[in-house]
Design a protein around this ligand. Structure first.
Ligand SMILES: *[C@@H]1O[C@H](CO)[C@@H](O)[C@H](O)[C@H]1NC(C)=O
Length: 169
């Protein structure tokens, strides 16, 4: 009986948020995968030590930087395929540890000055599949670590492609 109980505890999921499952990313970071679960915002019960939050194909209609603040070691946020129409510039680095932000296939139409000032440590930014018609000289200001990679890299188009398609159209 005791052995069974111990086993049951060991295999129990880390969190029990319906629609999400906790696991690890390829570099062993603690991850919550809430793919296509109908969320409009972050469920309250997620473990604050989570570093990778995956919400592709959900129903987020805004990106509130501060709503991710409880995840103090946040490394990656995936909001691919949501309904985010705009980004709010921030005067402070709200998410200083955020390195990867995926916002492809949302409803972004413009990216004003300092759109990403909340997360100055970004190294990867995905914006493909948005109808971005206006970009300013300072849209990406302060993002000194952003790596511009060829579009052939894993995951598809990156910053370079956004700029390229804007200039080309
Ligand atoms: C997240 O979960 C979905 C299924 O719910 C799966 O298809 C997808 O590959 C997972 N993503 C990652 C990065 O583990």
């Amino acid at each position: 009986m005791h052995i069974f109980l111990l086993f049951a505890l060991l295999v129990a999921p880390v969190t029990a948020v319906p629609g999400c499952h906790g696991d690890r990313d390829k570099d062993h970071r603690r991850q919550e995968n809430c793919t296509a679960a109908g969320f409009t915002g972050i469920p309250a019960e997620l473990e604050p030590a989570t570093k990778v939050l995956l919400f592709p194909r959900n129903l987020f209609s805004s990106l509130s930087w501060s709503s991710f603040q409880i995840f103090t070691e946040i490394y990656e946020i995936d909001l691919t395929g949501n309904k985010v129409p705009e980004l709010t510039p921030s005067s402070a680095p709200i998410l200083p540890s955020l390195s990867v932000l995926r916002l492809g296939s949302n409803r972004l139409t413009s990216l004003p000055d300092g759109s990403f000032s909340a997360c100055p440590a970004l190294t990867e930014l995905y914006l493909e599949g948005n109808a971005v018609v206006s970009l300013s000289d300072n849209t990406f200001s302060g993002l000194s670590k952003l790596e511009v990679r060829p579009s052939a890299s894993k995951g598809g188009c990156m910053l370079k492609d956004v700029e390229g398609s804007l200039l080309g159209s």
